[in-house]
Design a binder for this molecule. Structure first.
Ligand code: CP
Length: 308
């Protein structure tokens, strides 16, 4: 059974096929509008979400299928003490595929090991968020034409930001990539990502604190929110929360073809006056998230023999 737990669960070739399918879905949606008729996706969300849960649901509805699930642990039997392992066994009787978000790292992996249906990691604690990465990759591929020879700036909370960890994992497989890691010292990329992914793949990178000095060299600026829910100490969060604010003035330092991505939700880190800049593509990125999740549902259901 193929699941999506880590962004590396798909080879580069499989990823290319998935992104090409997503692009075909974008351009020919009617070809796919009934392909999942009679199929159901379960969205098991133990943590809040707007985009990920609703884009999975929109994706399955766009494919002619149906949705079921819960949007908080409190509205499920987790509140009575049921384990994720038992929950996924039961959900395997009700649905054809499941997307799970949980605050604890590794939960999607555990769920997959007990599941009778494909499991998609929709975010596990501060660890990984592979479908956000698929969204980011489709955005970059569609708007930049590919992934090679890009200088990518990742800015903000690089310690707890799971979307950053997943994106670095995925992009490290392409030629000519370099990273500029822009964060305060306290929120730097974890050692295991820097050493086991970036350095192990001989990717050129810099760790800097100044967004202004990094801006002129970037092809992509990936902004992130400071992850309040992962801080142990509210005072520390308050000290860090406005460490970077991208505004119209700062955008003057960037190249004319630099793109600004953000997984959203944003808090303060991008001023609303940037939204009208054609280089700000974060809302377009959210739309790409639907196409790529449609492609993922089709791909995993086919692999599981649940779709012809
Ligand atoms: N990008 C993302 O994961 O957003 P949600 O938390 O709203 O799902």
């Amino acid at each position: 059974m193929k699941h999506l737990i880590s962004p590396l669960d798909f080879s580069v070739e499989e990823l290319d096929q998935l992104l090409s399918l997503a692009q075909d879905i974008e351009h020919h949606p009617s070809k796919y509008s009934n392909i999942c008729q009679g199929k159901k996706i379960a969205t098991l969300f133990y943590e809040p979400s707007t985009r990920t849960r609703l884009s999975f649901e929109a994706a399955m509805l766009n494919l002619g299928g149906s949705v079921l699930g819960f949007s908080s642990a409190n509205s499920s039997s987790a509140a009575k003490g049921e384990s994720v392992a038992d929950t996924i066994r039961v959900i395997s009787c009700y649905a054809d595929i499941a997307a799970i978000r949980h605050p604890k790292e590794g939960t999607a992996f555990v769920a997959a090991s007990k599941s009778g249906i494909p499991v998609i990691n929709a975010g596990d604690g501060g660890h990984q968020h592979p479908t956000q990465t698929l969204t980011d990759l489709l955005t970059i591929k569609s708007l930049k034409g590919g992934f090679e020879n890009l200088t990518i700036g990742l800015c903000g909370d690089l310690k707890f930001g799971r979307t950053v960890h997943s994106l670095i994992n995925s992009l490290s497989r392409y030629r000519g990539i370099s990273f500029v890691l822009i964060s305060p010292r306290e929120l730097r990329v974890p050692d295991y990502i820097r050493e086991n992914v970036i350095e192990a793949n001989h990717i050129p990178y810099q760790e800097v604190e100044s967004l202004d000095s990094a801006m002129p060299n970037l092809d992509i600026l990936y902004m992130t929110r400071v992850q309040r829910e992962r801080f142990f100490n509210e005072e520390e969060y308050l000290r860090m929360k406005d460490c970077y604010i991208l505004d119209k003035e700062k955008m003057k330092l960037a190249r004319e073809d630099m793109l600004v991505l953000h997984p959203l939700p944003r808090v303060n880190e991008i001023s609303v006056d940037v939204d009208d800049d054609p280089r700000a593509v974060y809302f377009k990125q959210a739309q790409y998230g639907v196409y790529v999740r449609m492609a993922l549902i089709i791909t995993l259901l086919k692999e599981a023999g649940r779709l012809c």
